[in-house]
Every structure is written in C-alpha cells, then in structure tokens.
Design a protein. Structure first.
Length: 386
C-alpha cells in the first residue's frame, strides 16, 4: 500500500460502505462533446472507481459557486464530487490547482468533495495533494479519494501520457544545479549573484529557475537571499523530473574475484590512472548506508571510458546481463559533494537518490533507507574516509 514511498503493485479500493475492485481498464470517450475529452475521461474514471454508471452518477458541467467555476459536478449516493481537470500533472499545475481547490472547499458543503484530475500524478504531486487533504485521480489508473463512507486508493500504474520533448523546467540539465546547491546547503541563504558564481551559471538563468521554485513553494526569498523552504519536497519534485537515460550509459561486465566487486575494481583502476570517477545508485547507496546487497555497479566517469581503463578492469560490452554501467553524465555537477566512503569515491547522497529511481534490483528499498539515514535538513554529515 502506498505510504509516501514505494507502490503496491495491486490495485485496491477500500470503502466503509462499499468495496470495489478496480482495474487497468482504459477510459473511453462517449460523453457530451462540449466538455474537454480529458474531463470526460476523468468523469468516466471517477465512476469506475466508485463502481457506478452514468445513471447512478450524473454529471453537470461548468457549475459556478460564488463566482468559482467548477469543471464538472458528479452526484453519487448523496455525495457530490467537484471535479477540477488539469491537462498536466506537473508540480506547478498541481500546486496551483490545490491552492484553488482549498479556497473552493471553504464555500462548499461537507457533502461536496473537491477532486483534482490529471493525466498522470507524479510522486511529489501526490504527496502535496495528500498533505493538503485534496482528493485526486489520474487517467493512468491511480487515485486517492476520501469522502464520507468512501475510501478509494489505487496505485502502481505507470504514466500512460509521457511528455514529448523537454519543456522548460526548474530541473533541466543546467538548471538543476540550483536545486543541487540548495539541497546541499539547506540551512543557508544565498544571494542569486553569489549562487550563480558558485554553480557557474549566468545570473539570468539562475533567476528564472529560482522564480519557478518560488512559485512552487519550494524556495523562499528573504532579506539575506534565497533558501530552500521545503527540502524534502524539493528533492521529490526534482526526482519526479529526473531521468537517468539522459546520461550516456555503457553497459557491460567486469569480473571480480575474492572479496572484490566491480565497484572496488573500478575504484582502484581509476585511482591508478588518475581518472575522476564516483559510484552512484546501488553501489553508492551500499557505501553510504550498508543497505541492500547488489549486483549492478554504476559508476560516473568524467569523460568517455578510455581503452586502458577498460583493459585494466577487463570490461566487455554486454548490454544484456550487465553487472556494470559506466556513465558519462550530461552535466559535471553530478560530482559536486562527492566523498570517499569505504575506499570508494561516491557521489553525494542526493545524486544517489535521484539515480536509484531508474535502477533495478532493490533500488526502491535502498532509496528509502538513504532517506531514513541521511539528515536532509543539515548541510551534510562528515565521513572519516575523505
């Protein structure tokens, strides 16, 4: 069951007055054409979750309450669900929609439940909705709705509506340097000019990124500069946007004998050849926390792997069944905050947490343990190995 981290692979709905089993059934579009197709699908999805059809849950469109417009009002078993449709589930859209729904909620009777509907609700957006007590559903099959006599919770469905291209975001290739610095220094305020110099970005770029983060309520401005106001939420928002496949990855196999593993073999070889490197993902999490034994070793290299390195570690290309990923990052900031832990150079836990999102094996458990052990509200802990 979803509890802030991880997913339950099985759908389930628990209700006080009813028990309904949900499915992956796709939404059809057979409602009135005047309403946006996404809103039509959201209404159909709500009915599926409640186990009713159109006769038992009629919908009204463009309803107004004290000047507030409601996209659709669905009536079912003495309750009314005020459905707000957004064509994007990005944190920015969700943040603004939740703010509006909370204001609307004050004007509605207790029997009317605001519900936010989007194509896909990412993890940080879900946490924001649930933290504010706002019901939500998405067209990918996930939902969490609490109402008098009803509790609906389905989870674990992948995004059926991936975005094309790379829209402007606060967590782009260069812009993510802002989030990285703020998360690595959560107790500090910094002026934008000084921050721009710290992370080697022009001031205009930094200003635009800060503006987006302020709008999302993740960063605040003060007399002494800007500072992160919600470190955990900032980290999750970045993780939602993060994609490991934007780096260049070479998959293969490294043999290790005795007590060694590919991480230690690569660490020794890179040190001898004076090549900048840092372990991440499962290997990095193991070094920092000692949790979750692993098979796959992932190591960042500052430049494409040289022939002498590949020869020394006995690397052979083997995409299927690989036990080693050699990664050239799309931005060198992944090395910021790297430390030597247990004899192996590792990226900062922030980067490890991001990378674990797109790794196999026990990566989700390793990420949760990293969150549990690391003090994300401090500037970082010390290690005796550095």
């Amino acid at each position: 069951m979803y509890a802030g981290t991880g997913y339950d692979p099985d759908d389930h709905v628990v209700s006080i007055d009813m028990i309904v089993r949900t499915s992956n059934a796709g939404c059809t579009r057979n409602m009135r054409s005047a309403a946006p197709s996404g809103l039509q699908d959201a209404i159909l999805r709500l009915r599926e979750l409640l186990g009713v059809d159109e006769r038992d849950a009629p919908a009204s469109f463009d309803v107004s309450v004290d000047g507030w417009a409601i996209d659709a009002l669905v009536e079912c078993r003495g309750l009314r669900f005020a459905l707000e449709w957004k064509s994007s589930g990005s944190l920015g859209h969700v943040f603004r929609a939740v703010h509006q729904l909370l204001q609307l909620q004050d004007l509605l009777p207790e029997s009317t439940i605001p519900v936010l509907a989007v194509p896909f609700m990412g993890r940080s957006a879900r946490l924001h909705c649930e933290g504010r007590g706002v019901a939500w559903l998405d067209l990918s099959g996930n939902a969490r709705i609490r109402a008098p006599g009803v509790y609906v919770h389905t989870d674990g469905h992948a995004n059926r509506f991936p975005r094309r291209g790379q829209p402007e975001t606060a967590f782009g290739q260069k812009g993510s340097r802002v989030a990285r610095w703020l998360l690595m220094h959560p107790g500090r305020s910094v002026r934008q000019q000084a921050l721009a110099e710290e992370i080697d970005l022009d001031r205009g770029h930094v200003s635009r990124v800060i503006g987006k983060l302020v709008e999302l309520g993740l960063v605040e401005r003060g007399k002494s500069g800007v500072r992160v106001s919600a470190p955990a939420r900032l980290l999750e928002a970045w993780r939602d946007e993060y994609r490991f496949d934007r780096h260049t990855v070479r998959r293969g196999h490294v043999s290790a004998s005795g007590d060694e593993n590919p991480a230690s073999v690569l660490a020794r070889a890179c040190s001898l050849l004076e090549l900048p490197y840092a372990a991440t993902a499962l290997a990095g999490a193991w070094c920092w926390t000692g949790f979750a034994r692993y098979r796959l070793t992932t190591v960042y290299l500052a430049s494409p792997p040289r022939g002498d390195l590949l020869e020394q570690v006995g690397f052979r290309d083997e995409p299927r069944g690989a036990n080693t990923w050699l990664v050239v990052p799309n931005d060198q900031s992944v090395f910021d905050g790297a430390k030597t832990v247990g004899g192996i150079r590792c990226v900062h836990p922030i980067q490890i947490y991001l990378d674990l999102k797109d790794h196999p094996e026990r990566s989700q458990e390793a990420a949760e343990e990293l969150l549990r052990q690391w003090d994300w509200n401090a500037d970082g802990r010390q290690t005796n190995d550095d």
